[in-house]
Ligand binder design. Sequence first.
Ligand SMILES: CC(C)(COP(=O)(O)OP(=O)(O)OC[C@H]1O[C@@H](n2cnc3c(N)ncnc32)[C@H](O)[C@@H]1OP(=O)(O)O)[C@@H](O)C(=O)NCCC(=O)NCCS
Length: 190
Amino acid sequence: MPRPLSISTARLRLRAFRTADAEDVQRLAGQRSIADTTLNIPHPYEDGMAEKWISNHRDWFERRQQAVFAVTLPGPPEAFVGAIELRVDCEDQRGELGYWIGIPYQRQGYATEAARALLQFGFESWGLHRVTAQCFSRNLPSRRVLQKIGMAHEGHLRQHLIKWGVFEDVDLYGILAEQWRAADPLFSGN
Ligand SMILES: CC(C)(COP(=O)(O)OP(=O)(O)OC[C@H]1O[C@@H](n2cnc3c(N)ncnc32)[C@H](O)[C@@H]1OP(=O)(O)O)[C@@H](O)C(=O)NCCC(=O)NCCS
């Protein structure tokens, strides 16, 4: 399937990353608090890391391993706000949602709006059966986002991961395609 150019929501445009976004990624994702509650974001975020990450996106998308979108405010001028992704386990038709929003743009509902759009993309465009998300139990904003998009709390995993030398409790959230379709029309676009 050709890579979609963009997904529009009420306030956001989710689009493919460009190499030119690397500077914004390094500046925003480079904040310690962004790395603190994520597993895959390095800290310090060094030169060249964002370019390397972005250079993999097309291949990941074409192999249906991962769909990564830049979260932007369309403008003009466009503002780069953060990133959202769906990592796919093709065999089990399952996706795992991940996201971050730059500090200046947090608490304005952008993660929730982008995550709703990614659920729709995962279920409608990639035909997934189930979407999950995991977050550190102390990450209350992320847990709230997952609740707001209709995901069910499926488990609390005690001291499941080590982050920066500390065991972390993790909460697991999930939603099935049939639940998503049956949910409020706001979620499914039905
Ligand atoms: C998690 C994150 C993406 C949320 O982004 P955001 O755009 O601010 O999220 P939203 O505005 O859509 O919603 C945030 C919700 O959390 C709530 N929230 C924010 N800070 C909170 C806190 N300290 N305690 C409890 N709830 C909090 C907000 O009030 C809001 O809920 P509400 O709409 O019911 O009021 C952002 O904080 C982030 O990037 N954090 C660092 C990276 C990260 O943790 N990514 C997720 C990994 S699982």
